[in-house]
Design a protein around this ligand. Sequence first.
Ligand SMILES: *Cc1c(COP(=O)(O)O)cnc(C)c1O
Length: 222
Amino acid sequence: MSTVDQYHAVATAIAKAAEDAGRRPSDVTLVAVSKTHDAEAILPVIEAGQRVFGENKVQEAKAKWPALKERFPDIELHLIGPLQSNKAADAVALFDVIESVDREKIARELAKEMKKQERAPRLYVQVNTGEEEQKAGIPPKEAASFVARCREEHGLAIEGLMCIPPADENPGPHFALLAKIAGECGLEKLSMGMSGDFETAIQFGATSVRVGSAIFGARDYG
Ligand SMILES: *Cc1c(COP(=O)(O)O)cnc(C)c1O
């Protein structure tokens, strides 16, 4: 299948999973994860109508997205990878949504840059639902107080939560945990589910799913 065929198949599967869960297909946003793929690979998917894309590295996104955003001004770009504080300025300038707010220092830097640039990307807090040492994100027990501090101390309007469940576990309980924490924080947006588990995530209430390889094929990290 071509990339565009794969894109249509994923979009159809998302709509079906939403309907099966008694939800409206329009309530689930597809974030097409284009990391490692160049503009040439991404363009057909944009031309097929996709407008929301995810990248995990600020440098890589900066190299390929400004030109594409100029051609297609309604593109919405999500940062889904860990953010370093020295990249906060670039991230605020380029991204429309930053899904990986995961520590105090980043919250502070983002607040500062947003004020300076008069630009307000929408923000998600990443939660490390599996409490994995190598993975970014706030531990589940600290998530509610971190969201409160983002709001009260840094004046940040957090819109939702994001998680990446451990690769070797049933993702369902992780999605359920993220939904529970979001409920406790009064947050409506849940970014969860990737190529292998987006249908499950939709059952558990995902409002956006981040799908890469099922659309663009396997990644070559060279
Ligand atoms: C790469 C990535 C994805 C997409 O993963 P696939 O399995 O290729 O769909 C989703 N979320 C994050 C945070 C990623 O880094």
